[in-house]
Design a protein around this ligand. Structure first.
Ligand SMILES: Nc1ncnc2c1ncn2[C@@H]1O[C@H](COP(=O)(O)OP(=O)(O)O)[C@@H](O)[C@H]1O
Ligand SMILES: [Mg+2]
Length: 661
């Protein structure tokens, strides 16, 4: 019992748990992605914004140089010095400018592009710079400021230190695209060229200056400073910026394992393809040197709009991932708490389902033990309530069926008893009939043989009686012989009647009249002097088909027996009636005589059974009556107790025919 409810509850909770776990895992992974994507895409938006800040720093530097070079080229004294061809003064003045503003190079070329003054390397002059794209533009009177790749020989010309700074051997980088070279010799410069014009606006010279970006960390560090404000996460710097010359890191604040700036390493092949080959910006997570970053890359273009490098900013991804994880952890903890809470609620709410079921199980067990008076009490108006109602109805039906069965069993028992009684009676009649038949045959044979000699004896004793005088001593004896022989003849006659009764003559009979006839024949006898006869006739009896003479004989036999039994003193009641179904006429003869004992009752219909003194009764009266009544398809029975009189009952069918047996 306990087991059932527990397992049902366990099942309910278990299936609920499965749903929760499944749904929870699904929504967790979904939520994780959602949160992560949201946070990461926010970070990407930020990094994109950071990249434009980086460009601002980059361009500011370029403008700074431009301003220095333009202002210097516009100075009156410089113009005059050029006109006067005073190279040593120019060198002094320009060198001061270069040092003051910390330019890497500051060089003056004449209107044909031939170097006049080279502040960083004064010994090397006279080379032709007119083919340089930036200077070419300046020669056609416009100031230009652009990043530019400067080959090694050009760097050497400007200053050997610059060539050394630019020289960089590639550090093998796992994801980088393969390259034929294994080192970089040229450098990347922010280069500005500005024309020097005379009063008539004719070109006098071009002043160009610039900053070498290789191993120069001003820009990247300023980007980091302005954008990320030295923010750190677990000891690591969050923000990084890099300038690539082609795919090579030449200026960066990304650190390697040894915590050195990771110059000499190269960008991944993926980014290289997107930015350097296809010229597209790249914003995504990327593995930079030794950690994952959310990064933004954009191409750096020269004056001819050719891609010469990449500007990069990136934020360490870890803080964002950690934030995501924290959010997810909080979410998971909250969800788990909710599940626990739900389970507690579920545990108690299942009681509402299980308790009615438990009641029903208890009820069924009681009913199985046989107690059909039980009723399941469930108040819930749901399927369980319906179930309980059906259950109760079923029990009620069962109960009534059971009661019917018991009733039916009782009736059956009664019916069996009745039928057994009828059968026993029928059997008794049968035995009686057979007994009578065999006795009848025997008696008929004997009677027939005796009848003739008896006739002879009677005739001769009569003749002898006539011959003798009344005074003769033989007369008395002869008279006795005649008397006894006559009695014998009577007995034989009765026997013959019993054995071979006369053919019945059927007429319509009124039973009441037949009874009156029988009485009137007997009443005159002295035996009836002190006997009171009571008649209780039913007046509306139907006529029956019967042999009047034979029926009258039966009635006389029974009335005579009653008078004999009462020894001439008592009450004899004759009663006629119709049975309930109207099928039989019933005739009762009740006397106030001594009654009949149980043993005698079984024998009174046997031929020759008599309790009367020898010579008083033949014992044939009732057996003859029995066979006559049987012939009329009727029955004859006796009800009696010793000392309480006797009642003989004859039943005759209303629509019976006389049967030959
Ligand atoms: N009304 C009665 N009361 C008591 N005994 C009776 C009655 N009728 C018949 N009997 C018994 O049944 C016996 C058989 O009767 P029956 O066949 O008429 O022969 P019988 O009258 O010659 O004796 C009687 O001897 C008597 O013992
Ligand atoms: Mg008799």
């Amino acid at each position: 019992m306990k087991l059932i409810s527990q397992s049902l509850r366990t099942k309910l909770i278990f299936s609920f748990l499965i749903i929760i776990i499944f749904g929870g895992l699904l929504s967790l992974s979904f939520g994780y992605r959602l949160v992560k994507n949201t946070i990461i895409s926010q970070a990407q938006a930020k990094v994109r914004h950071d990249l434009s800040s980086a460009w601002m720093v980059f361009n500011e530097e370029l403008n700074n140089i431009k301003e220095i070079v333009s202002l210097t080229s516009a100075r009156e004294s410089i113009r005059e010095d050029i006109k006067n061809n005073s190279q040593s003064i120019l060198l002094k003045k320009l060198s001061r400018v270069r040092e003051e503003h910390r330019l890497d190079i500051l060089t003056l070329v004449d209107r044909k592009g031939i170097v006049i003054v080279r502040t960083r390397n004064p010994g090397v002059v006279g080379d032709d710079q007119s083919q340089d794209e930036i200077i070419k533009r300046a020669l056609s009177k416009s100031a230009v400021s652009k990043p530019q790749i400067v080959p090694r020989d050009e760097l050497l010309r400007e200053n050997k230190d610059l060539a050394d700074l630019a020289y960089m051997e590639f550090i093998p980088t796992p994801k980088a695209a393969p390259r034929l070279e294994n080192r970089e010799t040229s450098g990347m410069m922010l280069k500005v060229a500005s024309p020097v014009l005379d009063e008539n606006n004719n070109i006098l010279a071009v002043l160009y200056g610039g900053i070498l970006l290789n191993r120069n960390y001003d820009i990247v560090d300023r980007v980091k400073e302005t954008v990320y404000k030295e923010e750190k996460y677990k000891g690591r710097e969050i923000g990084t910026a890099t300038i690539f010359q082609h795919d090579l890191r030449i200026s960066t604040n990304v650190k390697n394992e040894r915590n050195e700036r990771a110059i000499g390493t190269r960008v991944s092949k993926e980014v290289s393809n997107a930015v350097l080959v296809e010229g597209k910006p790249w914003v995504d997570r990327a593995f930079v040197v030794n950690d994952w970053y959310i990064t933004a890359y954009e191409p750096i273009r020269n004056i001819n709009n050719e891609i010469i490098g990449i500007l990069y900013v990136g934020m360490l991804e870890r803080p964002y991932i950690d934030t995501t994880n924290r959010v997810m952890l909080a979410f998971t903890i909250m969800a788990s708490l909710c599940v626990v809470f739900l389970l507690v609620i579920l545990y108690f709410s299942t009681s509402r389902i299980i308790n009615p079921l438990r009641n029903m199980v208890i009820a069924t067990q009681e009913i199985a033990k046989g107690d059909l008076n039980l009723e399941v009490k469930v108040d819930s108006k749901d399927e369980i309530g319906d179930l309980a109602d059906s259950f109760n109805k079923m029990i009620a039906d069962l109960k009534s069926a059971n009661e019917k069965l018991i009733d039916w069993g009782k009736t059956l028992e009664k019916k069996v008893k009745e039928r057994t009684k009828e059968l026993r009676e029928a059997q008794a009649h049968l035995i009686q009939t057979e007994k009578l038949a065999s006795l009848g045959k025997l008696a008929a044979g004997v009677a027939h043989e005796i009848n003739n000699p008896l006739g002879g004896i009677l005739i001769y004793s009569h003749l002898l009686l006539e011959d003798f005088d009344k005074e003769s001593p033989y007369y008395n004896n002869l008279e006795k012989i005649v008397k006894e022989t006559t009695r014998c003849k009577e007995i034989v006659k009765g026997l013959l009647e019993f054995a071979r009764p006369k053919e019945p003559e059927t007429t319509s009979s009124r039973v009441n009249e037949l009874l009156d006839n029988a009485l009137s024949l007997l009443e005159s006898q002295s035996l009836f002097q002190n006997i009171r006869v009571g008649k209780q006739y039913s007046e509306d009896l139907p006529l029956i088909t019967a042999d009047n003479a034979q029926l009258q004989q039966v009635f006389m036999n029974i009335i005579l027996n009653a008078a004999d039994a009462m020894k001439g003193e008592g009450i004899l009641t004759l009663r006629t009636s119709l049975d309930a179904d109207g099928e039989y006429l019933i005739i009762d003869f009740t006397d106030t005589g001594p009654g009949i004992g149980e043993e005698d009752k079984k024998k009174i219909f046997d031929p020759f059974f008599t309790t009367k003194e020898a010579g008083q009764g033949t014992g044939l009266g009732l057996s003859i009556s029995y066979s006559i009544v049987r012939k009329h398809q009727g029955t004859i029975e006796v009800q009696s107790e010793l000392g309480k009189g006797a009642t003989f009952t004859i039943k005759l069918p209303v629509s019976g025919e006389i049967q030959d047996e």
